[in-house]
Ligand binder design. Structure first.
Ligand code: GLC
Length: 747
């Protein structure tokens, strides 16, 4: 096959564009070897496309890539890859399993194998053959936005569970069903060091003694390779300053030489573009370092051209190209893509919609949710008594997008998603209501906390992190600043009502205040679509077997904790249901929170104590009031009046002044109506027009604006918004963030 291929077609085999930037015509013309959908790409430009559209597009790519070629050149079907990282969660209606951090807390390899098998079936139903999972990162700094994609800080646990997931997805090497029906190619990612970057900065640098780093961060790869993993994804990070996508000693020397990996190495999203001397369009260095397939979402045409040129001029030896192409062909051969010439919808599982989100798969997910709940404290209030009157509070209680977390329907998850985007799913509240009914008690939902008159026997407060993915989830410390849950817990305690805190998060965080305020505290992680698994444990229908796979920090500053030193709870900790237990009263000192006055210009409904808001010369205390065309009113986002609605009359201007800093601003905002006239923001005077950005953001729920010197020029001690026309914006937080300082402005 290889011998009969033209140079152009060989190069096309190692190019992986994103479905959002190609048409079936491009597939027919170029004959890409593989195609991906990134977290934010859905069929025909629709993130929420029905499952049938995924299969329809897969068929179109099959037909386009198998159209006859001149001069008897072999036709080679394209293969589609997707991030089914906690179930096939890109697709509406799929089973959404708990994220890896929760699976780590189950410690149950057999369960994970079953999850992999169920996920592989749902992937094949939509005509896709390859998943970029499992992540076998060993996350060592919980400030990293991808901590929840890691099973554990313990390499041995990651090794065991990662191999189990590979086996579930692919089957066992040597078995007749290996990579066959209901099995897909898996990807061990990201090689290597993704969980070890300095301060947990995503895509950052990992520095230290190479052997010591390998002993932690490369440790899970031998087991994955032994399990026959079909591909490995190169990591964005650098090791001692050298980006992995251009690191031959590691990508070839270690991975192939030492660890004996014989499969395909796929790049990450334009990861090659970050290599010294490279751009997304031109990077022979990556291929020469050991990358076999370039994940080049948009610039595939230019990259194709530059690679062809570089083979012609000898920069890339034909032998290296052939080796990479052969790995792509072998992957396809192992998947049976060449057998039977059958388009995706005609394969045995293609279009078997009853398997997508099937009751059997959801039962596995519900089992995983229950097995992942970790009880950190229990004064005896758990298990909940039959017949108890239960009040369920918190905006997260009946919030399926929040319990699913990132990589769910959209890349970041959450945002404008609603329960309707997760058909067949069950919220934590719905699970509690059903369990209460079954045990002869009643439950009521009171997201803002019950009325003073209500007198439940127990209150369950569900709260936690909003969904995020990758660098968007990076934090500078581990202080959990959203006080909705804390306020609710305290208000119930003040009324003598025992409470159970159910905390949703992608990582351990500093929760001393909430743990003190609650009678029981459960780490629920990111359970996914089967929220009923939480109630299974709270009511004792299932035992509490979950145990921490990450150390839980005693302090909020964010210093990495990977052992007893600095830990409030160690790896392996977790209470059984019947056993009352947990820590005594915890120290609530957190310098990061008190230091916040420099960072938080507006948070929890208050301006920082050295921050002032003015409308021309009219001061607006606590960003409230009317003056010179500005009307600022308190609104509730997560707690009483913790946000503001700011209405601009034409020509009005709102200026904030605060502590001098070179840091950027992070602003949590939402815009319901697109601006009718120009809106600008300025720091040192040069106005930056954000009209169009706000128009795009309109109607898409709460979002984060990052403003830095990148678009504002100098940043200092003031920030001003001006609007030419009538305009309204809602704001819930304005914070300085030195980690954003270098970032591009985003909205
Ligand atoms: C992302 C992630 C990687 C994912 C890829 C495709 O940036 O780093 O884990 O597989 O791009 O979505």
């Amino acid at each position: 096959m290889l011998a009969a291929m033209s140079l152009e077609r060989k190069v096309a085999q190692i190019i992986m564009p994103d479905i959002g930037s190609i048409t079936a015509k491009d597939v027919k013309r170029y004959r890409f070897g593989t195609i991906l959908n990134g977290g934010n790409s859905g069929p025909y430009g629709d993130d929420k496309a029905p499952a049938a559209d995924w299969l329809k597009l897969a068929d179109e790519y099959w037909v386009a890539s198998t159209a006859p070629l001149p001069k008897g050149e072999p036709v080679i079907p394209a293969v589609w890859a997707t991030d089914a990282v906690h179930g096939h969660a890109n697709v509406i209606g799929a089973t959404v399993f708990p994220h890896n951090i929760a699976l780590g807390a189950t410690g149950d390899a057999d369960l994970i194998r079953r999850i992999g098998a169920a996920t592989a079936v749902e992937i094949e139903v939509t005509g896709i053959d390859w998943t970029f999972a499992p992540t076998i990162a060993v996350a060592r700094d919980d400030r990293w936005g991808r901590t929840y994609e890691s099973y554990s800080e313990d390499p041995a646990l990651v090794s065991r569970l990662g191999a189990a997931m590979v086996e579930g997805l692919q089957g066992r090497p040597g078995d007749p069903g290996f990579l066959g029906k209901g099995k897909v190619a898996a990807t061990a990612k990201h090689f290597f060091g993704d969980g070890g970057t300095d301060q947990g900065v995503d895509q950052g640098d990992v520095d230290g003694d190479l052997d010591a780093l390998m002993a932690i961060h490369a440790a899970p790869y031998p087991a994955a390779i032994n399990a026959g993993v079909a591909s490995v994804m190169a990591s964005f990070n650098s090791i001692n300053g050298v980006k992995m996508h251009g690191n031959a000693p590691l990508l070839t020397g270690e991975l192939r030489g030492k660890l004996g990996f014989g499969g395909l190495v796929v790049g990450d999203w334009n990861g090659h573009g970050q290599v010294d001397g490279c751009t997304n369009k031109d990077c022979p260095q990556a291929l020469m370092a050991g990358l076999d397939v370039y994940m080049v979402p948009e610039d595939w045409k230019a990259l194709h051209r530059s690679l062809v040129k570089q083979v012609k001029n000898g920069t890339i030896p034909m032998s290296r190209l052939d080796e990479a192409v052969l790995r792509v062909l072998r992957l396809k051969q192992a998947l049976g893509i060449f057998d039977g010439e059958v388009k995706p919808s005609a394969r045995s599982l293609g279009g078997r919609w009853e398997l997508l989100g099937s009751p059997e798969h959801r039962a596995i997910a519900r089992e995983a949710v229950a097995k992942s709940q970790v009880i950190l404290k229990n004064s005896g209030v758990l298990p909940l008594k039959a017949g108890a009157r239960i009040e369920v509070a918190g905006l997260a209680a009946d919030n399926i997008p929040q319990q699913a977390g990132g990589w769910s329907v959209t890349w970041q998850g959450g945002g404008e998603l609603t329960a309707a985007d997760f058909p067949g799913a069950t919220s934590i509240w719905q699970g509690i209501a059903a369990a209460a009914k079954a045990s002869g008690s009643e439950a009521v939902l009171a997201p803002e906390g019950g009325s003073a008159g209500s007198k439940p026997d127990v209150a369950i407060v569900v709260f936690g992190e909003e969904p995020y993915a990758e660098f968007v989830g990076d934090r500078k410390d581990l202080a959990f600043r959203d006080e909705e849950g804390l306020t609710l817990l305290k208000s119930y305690r003040a009324r003598g009502i025992p409470t159970v805190a159910v905390f949703l998060s992608g990582r351990p965080l500093w929760m001393n205040r909430e743990i003190n305020a609650a009678d029981a505290f459960v780490a629920a992680w990111l359970p996914g679509s089967e929220g009923a698994g939480v109630a299974d444990v709270l009511f004792g229908a299932r035992p509490a077997t979950g145990r921490l796979s990450f150390s839980w920090p005693a302090h909020c500053e964010g210093t990495p904790v990977n052992g007893p030193e600095g830990a409030l709870f160690a790896v392996g900790y977790g209470l059984d249901l019947g056993a009352a237990g947990g820590p005594g009263t915890l120290d609530e000192t957190c310098n990061a929170l008190t230091a916040d006055h420099g960072a938080a210009w507006f948070a929890s409904g208050r301006l920082g104590n050295t921050v002032q808001a003015v409308a021309d010369n009219a001061v607006l205390p606590d960003l409230r009031g009317v003056g010179n065309g500005i009307t600022a009113t308190g609104i509730d986002r997560k707690a009483q009046e913790d946000a503001r609605r700011i209405a601009f009359a034409p020509g009005a201007k709102l200026a904030l002044t605060g502590p001098e800093s070179s840091a950027g601003w992070r602003i949590t905002y939402q815009v319901t109506e697109r601006p009718k006239a120009a809106v600008t923001v300025s720091a040192d005077g040069t106005a930056f027009d954000i009209t169009q950005r706000l128009a795009v953001a309109a109607g898409k729920g709460w979002r984060e604006m990052v403003l830095t010197s990148d678009c504002l020029g100098e940043v200092g001690d003031k920030l001003a918004f001006a609007s030419k026309g009538k305009f309204t914006i809602e704001i819930s937080e304005i914070a300085r963030d030195e980690r954003a300082a270098e970032a591009e402005c985003s909205f």
